[in-house]
Design a protein around this ligand. Sequence first.
Ligand SMILES: [Zn+2]
Length: 197
Amino acid sequence: MQDLTEGVARFQRDVFPAKAELFAHLAAHHTPRTLFIGCSDARVVPELITGSEPGDLFVIRTAGNLVPAYRPGGDGVAASVEYAVSALGVSDVVVCGHSGCGAMTALAGRHDLSDAPAVADWLRHADAAQARTAATGDVSALIRQNVLAQLANLTTHPSVARARAENRLTLHGWVYDIATGGVENLSAAGPESATAA
Ligand SMILES: [Zn+2]
């Protein structure tokens, strides 16, 4: 915690003054152009890997970068998607998977999750991706299929469906490689991504 306290002090001393004009603008404006949906993994930092400034990205991070398909009643992810798309009017959504994803590794390796029932339940939102790659147990294939499956889940949200029908929203699938810093764009990867391109 000491690290964080010192970090806040450094932010206030060095970072904030250097961007004072930007923060003054942001105090009264919230107009991100992109909804970035990534994994909660500490190594995948959306603003860092996209070179974005505060105010640029509306971010949702979940274990395994999962986006549950829409169902009436809603949840935290659905509410954030709807707010970004309908209220803020973002023009792009990125679903970003990553190398070494613990969630995908657990699924591909069929790890025993009986001691983590909430995780086991949550990872059911990757069932379609797992079904496509179960025969191989290949984690990197699952990571890619999972991004495509979550893009498909996104399209079930009414706010997303409406924005796409009006040609004002584009969906993108990425995979970030932690070791190299590479970002693979899956949008042109094949027929399964066609609905998301
Ligand atoms: Zn992950």
